[in-house]
Design a binder for this molecule. Sequence first.
Ligand SMILES: [Zn+2]
Length: 96
Amino acid sequence: MSLRSDKNITEIGFFMFKATKRFIAGAICPRCSEMDKLTIFKEGGGDYRHCVSCGFKDQMFLQSDPKEVETRVNISKEEKLAETQTVRLVDPKELH
Ligand SMILES: [Zn+2]
């Protein structure tokens, strides 16, 4: 009984999974070199590509992700610079 219900859940999940897949126009699979066989889908908050021809699966990183990291690095660099300047101005006065 429990095995039957498990199979039904898997079948429903696979159908929904299949429906949300989108083919990437002009994309070439890095494994089998087939064109227009790659699909893109979301899983666990990440973007994945999957080849329907050979079964190749890989996580994709969107262009917005590196931009976010770049901004964070710039802010932290500025904060670090401001902190260093403050320390350099205060230190000689305290020493003398
Ligand atoms: Zn492939």
